[in-house]
Design a protein around this ligand. Structure first.
Ligand SMILES: NC(=O)C1=CN([C@@H]2O[C@H](COP(=O)(O)OP(=O)(O)OC[C@H]3O[C@@H](n4cnc5c(N)ncnc54)[C@H](O)[C@@H]3O)[C@@H](O)[C@H]2O)[C@H](O)CC1
Ligand SMILES: [K+]
Length: 469
């Protein structure tokens, strides 16, 4: 939900607007259960859940409203909630601050609005909230809970401690688990569909960095590639580093090893004998892969028969996480593997894998979703709108521009996906890599115009993935 909020903000719908809509929805619900003139007591906590209720109070001028904040105004946790508390002071709505739940006296109202705790709760309610919840439950009033009954975990529906016994719940944007017995209204608060459908800056929240982290915590990625091409594996491995991996290895044929190393001293090159990947290399590669977090299989490997046989053997025995790209993709549909794969085809490669041909992007989303479900792996289809799906969750990405049709941008994407796959789940890894790759391309074109090189994306990946703007 926090990610969707941030995406909405990036699309021009601020959190403050969302709070205004939320509060309005609560007021509508109150009007349904209480006629004008009825008494309404709002019991609010210090988070945004309370903020929603401050807004609701402003929309209930026809009712006899009082607001009771459990805490002091200085302890309100968010700026927008504080602003809405401030707005109450500019009205004639009685609003009191109560630090001790024993001093909480909301009388005998017709309606109680429960806005103590929302989606920000963690664990069982502590004091003074726990006693305030008891007080609400002892009241005869009709209880309208904001977002969730206070004390209920919005993700799981679990109630580890005291919880408000609500008559009605006004929940925002999406239904929440664990609600039954109450009358539930799911209120549309104006979050644009695009905030959920398209990957946005909020999706990056899954990429935390623990200050106590050690070398290797953010992933060791091996790129198995090269042979006919040397630039591709070097781009992938550098992209893995720029997307946050700690170590990037390139397993490539001996004759191209110097060239790959020559692209960057940051890469650890692990050559194998011969001019291309062959079945005799597979055992050693599997051994090494077992010490790494993710393998990126494909960049620059070519499609010689024995190379594709080697790819098939590798995947049949590999049980870890891998990104499969380029010529290696055609092997995936007929290999039986325990591995967790993120396949990164463009439209032509997808068709070669037996995938759908739909051209309109929404139709393609649905078709690729069911293809991924059948395949049993995550697919990231590259295009003007990238589609990422594991057969259940499906996202689209619209960063990027026509300048990115240049060779090598797919290798960068595969490497970035590899890095992110070592720290997040497959759909998130693919979605974020597509987003960052496209944004890096957009930044490069904004700075220099068209004529970008795939290598221009590399230094722009960190900003696209980790900067706050
Ligand atoms: N897009 C949306 O869905 C919108 C939701 N809105 C509302 O915002 C709340 C979530 O707000 P948040 O500030 O994140 O958290 P809460 O108000 O739920 O509470 C945080 C508050 O409570 C303290 N706390 C946490 N755990 C406990 C505990 N076990 N015991 C006591 N106190 C606890 C914490 O420290 C904070 O002070 C959501 O539910 C909606 O109502 C917005 O309106 C925007 C749109
Ligand atoms: K609540």
């Amino acid at each position: 939900m926090a990610a969707v909020d941030e995406n909405a903000e990036a699309l021009g719908v601020s959190r403050k607007q969302l709070m205004e809509s939320s509060g309005n929805a609560v007021a509508r619900e109150v009007r349904e259960v209480a006629d004008p003139g009825a008494s309404v007591a709002v019991v609010a906590g210090r988070g945004n859940n309370g903020g929603d209720a401050f807004v609701a109070a402003r929309f209930l001028a026809d009712h006899d409203v009082s607001v009771h904040l459990l805490g002091r105004r200085e302890t309100i946790t968010t700026a927008i909630s504080r602003e809405n508390w401030g707005a109450l002071a500019e009205s004639d709505i009685p609003a009191e601050e109560v630090s001790d739940s024993r001093a909480l006296d909301f009388g005998e109202p017709d309606v109680l609005v429960d806005a103590l705790l929302g989606t920000g709760v963690s664990g069982a309610p502590r004091e003074p909230e726990a006693s305030a919840i008891d007080a609400i439950n002892e009241s005869e009033a009709t209880v309208v809970s904001v977002d969730v009954p206070s004390g209920m975990d919005a993700d799981t529906g679990e109630t580890p401690g005291a919880v408000v016994d609500a008559d009605r719940v006004v929940t925002f944007h999406d239904a929440k688990p664990g609600l039954d017995g109450e009358t539930v209204t799911v209120a549309d608060i104006g979050i644009p569909e695009a905030a959920e459908l398209f990957v946005g800056p909020g999706d990056r929240n899954v990429l935390g960095r623990d200050p106590q982290a050690h070398k290797g915590d953010f992933g060791k990625v091996t790129v198995i590639g090269g042979g006919p091409y040397t630039g591709a594996p070097a781009l992938s491995a550098q992209a893995a580093l720029r997307a946050g991996a700690d170590l990037a290895y390139v397993a490539c044929p001996e004759p191209v090893a110097d060239e790959v190393q020559g692209y960057s001293e940051d890469l650890i090159v692990e050559p194998f004998v011969g001019t291309r990947l062959q079945p005799t290399h597979v055992e050693t590669l599997l051994d090494r892969a077992s010490e790494r977090d993710v393998v990126v299989l494909g960049p620059g490997l070519g499609d010689a028969d024995d190379t594709l046989r080697a790819v098939r053997q590798f995947l049949a025995d590999y049980e870890g996480r891998a990104v499969v790209d380029a010529d290696a993709l055609q092997v995936v549909p007929d290999v039986d593997t325990e591995a967790t794969l993120v396949c990164t085809p463009h439209q032509g490669e997808l068709v070669k894998m037996g995938g759908p041909r739909e051209s309109e992007w929404r139709d393609r989303m649905a078709a690729v979703e069911s293809f991924a479900a059948d395949l049993g792996h995550t697919i990231l289809v590259k295009g003007a709108y990238d589609i990422v799906t594991d057969g259940e969750a499906t996202r689209a990405n619209r960063t990027g521009n026509p300048g990115m049709t240049v060779g090598g941008t797919g290798d960068v994407l595969a490497g970035a996906t590899g890095a992110l796959l070592s720290v997040t789940e497959p759909v998130d890894a693919g979605a974020l890599a597509a987003y960052a790759n496209g944004r890096a391309g957009d930044d490069a074109v904004a700075e220099n115009g068209y004529g970008l090189l795939a290598s221009d994306l590399l230094t722009r990946l960190p900003h696209a993935l980790y900067d706050d703007d």
